[in-house]
Write a protein of this length. Structure first.
Length: 214
C-alpha cells in the first residue's frame, strides 16, 4: 500500500529554513546548519557523487528512507524559479543537470510548464490542479511504493492539514535559528493526531518518526 511520508530537518526552535532565502542561498541564513549531519554521511556523499564521509546511526535512517520511495512531491520553492509565471526560457531549478532524486518528481505550482526529463532518471512534472491531483499522479508513478513530500514547509503543512500524510519524520538538529520558516505554526494542523513510532539518537541529530492517526 502506498504511503505518503514527509521528512525534514528542523531546528530546536522549529525552523526548517532561515530568513532571506534566495537563489544564491536557498535555505536562508544559517539554513545549512540543519543539514550538516546529513552532508558528512558517506551514503549521502555517494548519492551526490562525492567521495569520503562517515558512517553512523544516521546512515541507516537515510538508507531506510530511500528503500521504498517511488515518487516525490515538492512545492515550487523547493524546485526553484521564484513566484509568478515561468519565463520564456525558465531556469531548471536548484538541482543542476543531474538532480539527486533519480525518481519522478511532481512540482505543485499555479503556472503550467512542460515536463522536464533530467539526467539520472529524475523527471519534473508540473501540477496545477492541486494537492490531490499531484498525489494521484505520484501514486501512479510510484507503482505501489511510497510517495515522499520533500522539503518545503508550505506543501507539507497543506498535506498534513488535509489529512493525507501517513508518516512524519523529523530530524531534530541542536541549533537555534531564531527566525525563518517554521514548520508547525498553522492552526489548521491542530486537528492532526500523531503517535510516536521511533526515536534514534545520532551525532548532531535526533531522528523522530510519527505516524498520523486516522
Amino acid at each position: 500500500m502506498t504511503r505518503l511520508t514527509y521528512s525534514t530537518s528542523m531546528s530546536l526552535d522549529g525552523f526548517v529554513a532561515g530568513v532571506d532565502q534566495s537563489r544564491e542561498n536557498p535555505l536562508g541564513v544559517n539554513g545549512m546548519l540543519l543539514h550538516e549531519w546529513l552532508h558528512v554521511l558517506a551514503v549521502w556523499r555517494k548519492e551526490a557523487g562525492l567521495d569520503g564521509g562517515v558512517t553512523n546511526a544516521s546512515s541507516a535512517v537515510v538508507e531506510a528512507e530511500d528503500i521504498n520511495r517511488g515518487a516525490i512531491i515538492m512545492g515550487r520553492n523547493m524546485f526553484g524559479g521564484g513566484p509568478g509565471p515561468w519565463s520564456a526560457d525558465p531556469w531548471n531549478g536548484w538541482w543542476g543537470d543531474n538532480p539527486p532524486f533519480h525518481l519522478p518528481v511532481f512540482v505543485l505550482t499555479h503556472h503550467a510548464r512542460a515536463r522536464l526529463d533530467m539526467q539520472g532518471g529524475t523527471s519534473f512534472t508540473f501540477v496545477t490542479d492541486g494537492l490531490e491531483a499531484a498525489l494521484d499522479l505520484a501514486k501512479g508513478a510510484a507503482n505501489g511504493q511510497d510517495v515522499a513530500v520533500a522539503g518545503g514547509a508550505s506543501v507539507a503543512k497543506q498535506y498534513i492539514a488535509a489529512g493525507l500524510i501517513d508518516e512524519i519524520r523529523i530530524h531534530l538538529v541542536p541549533v537555534f535559528l531564531g527566525e525563518g520558516v517554521r514548520l508547525f505554526e498553522d492552526p489548521a494542523l491542530a486537528e492532526a493526531k500523531l503517535t510516536q513510532v521511533s526515536v534514534i539518537e545520532a551525532p548532531e541529530v535526533t531522528h523522530v518518526t510519527y505516524r498520523v492517526v486516522r
